[in-house]
Design a protein around this ligand. Structure first.
Ligand code: MG
Length: 483
């Protein structure tokens, strides 16, 4: 009788265990996107940075895949984030530039975000950190597919505080930027008023992210952790102040690196490492005229706000033990607009009904570089200017007015140096394999490649428009607007 009972019990246990194993196998993976703000291509040790340490990101690169030709959707905050969240070139969904605090615009609620795509597969979703695709209520994360939100609704320099930390006073005829609120859900929970107030942010976001992971360890989840740092004004907690030996910027990067370590440690503690894809990247290149408070483009040309490589090519590290081959480098083209369709494929979720621009890059994550899912990339900037196109290693830059940092003394200790916001670039054809700095125009030598890239540009102009050639485009959708 006792033996019978034991057999019965063991049988039940094994059925339970195999049901659990089946559950685990059927469960789609968790996804974590860690987005930094204005971190440059040359800011991590694994991308050639020296002098300050990023051990957690180094380990992540060693255990996963490091992308060397990975692009932010556009070279500025709001547009870049709209692209990441929707899988579209930002101009397709009507978002350009950075949305300022008085703005009534935002990402149209009819657009489908990653969070909404994954909700179809019952993911738990959280946005933590900088949002910046519209701060009016209909555009906030809770109305865009996220179950929870804690963070700043726009950039941390959109506040009535001067570079030296003193409060700006209203001048006749000029409006002051509105306050910088910290928002939880849809409500302001406090206002950030001083440089010191910002020192809490990286750690606050990190701890909230850890709590979200622990709370949802038994459900598939999507965590979008968009750090405010290292966007100016830089701020760092006391844990890292003065620790890098490289000033504020190095300290801030060390805290971001610590944060990555904490997130991965929490996954490990929850037994979720093997079923979680973690992605670390940046929204655009470094804001170079802030000098020692800016990052490095690692030798690429120009920086934030430019379609030259320094503005748009960003570091990207992905890790998923057992799925992504460890210690690999991917030099195929990829972009943050590819995340939405890639996650949809992972989760078995349908794609948005409206046209998107991203492609599923899962073959690259599996190490199949011959698959090459993305063979071209469009570089739009300003309101809707097609400034360059890339295919393979060739990039054709069209003549355009744009920001240039070259020729100016960079700023120092919170104060920016000058830039030329309307430099007339003459453009050219560049072979990024031999000439990553985009210095040698080969247009005259390769008219056949120019013609090929022109064809790509012409198709893009018909589809998405181009202010430089006066084409409106057939398939752009409107930005959201509240009255
Ligand atoms: Mg940015």
């Amino acid at each position: 009788m006792k033996i019978h009972r034991l057999v019965w019990f063991v049988g039940l246990l094994s059925i339970g265990l195999s049901a659990h194993a089946a559950d685990q196998a059927a469960r789609p993976p968790n996804v974590i996107v860690i987005l930094t703000d204005d971190l440059g291509y040359g800011d991590l040790a694994s991308y050639g940075a020296s002098q300050y340490a990023t051990p957690h990101l180094d380990r992540m690169a060693a255990q996963g895949m490091r992308f060397t030709h990975y692009y932010a959707p556009q070279a500025v905050c709001s547009a870049s984030r709209a692209g990441l969240l929707t899988g579209c070139y930002p101009n397709r969904v009507g978002i350009a530039g950075a949305i300022h605090s008085p703005s009534k615009n935002g990402l149209h609620p009819d657009e489908t975000t990653i969070a909404e795509v994954l909700k179809a597969k019952r993911y738990r979703t959280a946005a933590i950190g900088k949002w910046h695709v519209g701060h009016r209520r209909p555009f906030l994360p809770l109305q865009q597919g996220f179950d929870e939100y804690l963070g700043l609704p726009y950039s941390n320099d959109m506040w009535p505080v001067r570079y030296d930390g003193t409060h700006a006073v209203a001048q006749p005829g000029k409006t002051l930027p509105v306050e910088l609120p910290l928002i939880e859900g849809n409500e302001k929970i406090r206002e950030l008023r001083t440089l010191e107030d910002q020192e809490i942010l990286t750690t606050l976001y990190t701890e909230r992210a850890q709590a979200f992971i622990r709370r949802n360890r038994d459900e598939p989840f999507f965590l979008y952790l968009a750090h405010t740092m290292p966007h100016v004004p830089l701020a760092v907690s006391s844990k890292f102040k003065g620790k890098s030996g490289q000033g504020m910027y190095g300290d801030v990067v060390m805290e971001l690196d610590w944060s990555v370590g904490e997130i991965r440690r929490t996954l490990e503690e929850c037994g979720l490492t093997g079923q979680t894809l973690v992605i670390f990247t940046s929204d655009n290149g470094p804001w170079l005229n802030y000098g020692n408070h800016a990052g490095s483009a690692g030798g690429l040309r120009e920086g934030k706000g430019c379609t030259w490589e320094g503005g748009q090519r960003v570091p990207c590290i992905m890790v998923w033990p057992g799925q992504i081959p460890a210690g690999t480098v991917c030099s195929n083209l990829a972009s943050s607009i590819d995340l939405l369709p890639t996650f949809a494929a992972l989760a078995g979720a349908p794609l948005p009904e409206r046209k998107i621009d991203g492609v599923n890059i899962l073959p690259l994550l599996r190490g199949d570089f011959a698959a090459n899912p993305r063979d071209q990339f469009l570089y739009y900037y300003r309101k809707n200017s097609l400034e360059a196109v890339r295919r393979g290693s060739w990039k054709l830059v069209f003549p355009h007015p744009g920001r240039s940092y070259e020729g100016f003394v960079p700023g120092k200790d919170r104060f920016p140096g000058k830039t030329n916001e309307n430099f007339e670039f003459s453009g050219g054809l560049y072979d990024l394999r031999r000439d990553p700095g985009e210095r040698y125009d080969l247009k005259a030598e390769h008219p056949e490649i120019v013609a090929e890239l022109e064809k790509i540009a012409q198709a893009a102009r018909e589809d998405l428009g181009d202010d430089l050639t006066g084409q409106p485009g057939k398939n752009r959708r409107p930005i959201g607007e509240v009255q």
